[in-house]
Design a protein around this ligand. Sequence first.
Ligand SMILES: [Fe+2]
Ligand SMILES: [Fe+2]
Length: 383
Amino acid sequence: MSTATRTNTGAPRLPAARGPFSAAVLTALHRPPPTHLSPPPLDVPADPWGEDAQLALYVCYELHYRGFADVDDAWEWSPPLLALRGRLERAFLAALRREVGEPPPLEAVLADLLAEPPDGDGPSHHLLTAGTRQQAREYLAHRSTYHLKEADPQMWAVPRLPHPAKAALVALQYDEYGAGRPERAHAELFAAMMADFGLDPAYGRYLDVVPAPALAVVNTMSLFGLHRSLRAALVGQFAALEITSPPGAARLAAAFERLGGSPRGTLFYREHVLADAVHEQLVRHTVIEPLLAGPADCPAAEIAFGALAYSLAEDRFADHLLTAWRSGTCSLRAPLPAEPAAPDQPDQPGLPDQSDRPDQSDRPDRLHGPAGRPPLPPEGAPR
Ligand SMILES: [Fe+2]
Ligand SMILES: [Fe+2]
């Protein structure tokens, strides 16, 4: 195996360590990958939800997505690193299984997710009724760790599912990637929203300041996605995401508009009110139902576990946000740079307001009209 260093200039740079385990991983990644197996040098962090463990896991997983500009791509399949990652994963998966417990029947889990609680008080409620623009910016920075690669973790399921669930999943994912219009991919809409709120939409830009509870949400998806043995859990995670998205997206669209978002700064969430109302139906009726009717290689209990594990990670993230915001503190590991002053940019390319959309046609979540990735705001590098 070649040890020649390969550059990956389109990717972010490695973040700073958050403890001895992540420090060992990050130090190693700065070197060429080894060609021989060696025993992992450290004990796994005691807290699988903690900063050290979650950052190390996130960095290991990121090698399977965009990688890092300062890391040799060959690290992706380095046996020593995979062994190290495996120890982190086993600890994290054990924590998820322990905290989820024995899942209720899948029908009950899905019904519970479909029922919007009348007394909800999560982050979207807070942002709608009491949130500040700075808190909205924090929320986007947290979520950028997933939404700038939206739908990618679930693509790992495609080769692992039988037909017809496979075909249904691909049809659904086609929408996530823009339904044939790359500029309409949901990740691109999220990038446009970040720019509208004075954030840098470059991939990985805020990883250094995103804390463990937000990383754990993404790591749950990647854990399920990268292990064929967890494919049923990934289906459950996807179902939970799509089912719970529309009401939260509606609140966030209204919240971001209240906090000064332009049409391009709310389109991502407005789009998901429509799209995920369809997607949650598709994932339940065209992905899960055929899986349950077919050979028993995607057990209902494991789909339920995936949905509940993802909900658990989301609940922990929500608790983190609300604890910080209600105490008047920043929810990130460091405050965001100040938002640039409103520029004079009357002709900046933007996305049309959804109310102007001329045609919803046959696919409710297909978008129309011109779009373009906005220029980066004048914000300094994080390191
Ligand atoms: Fe989406
Ligand atoms: Fe969706």
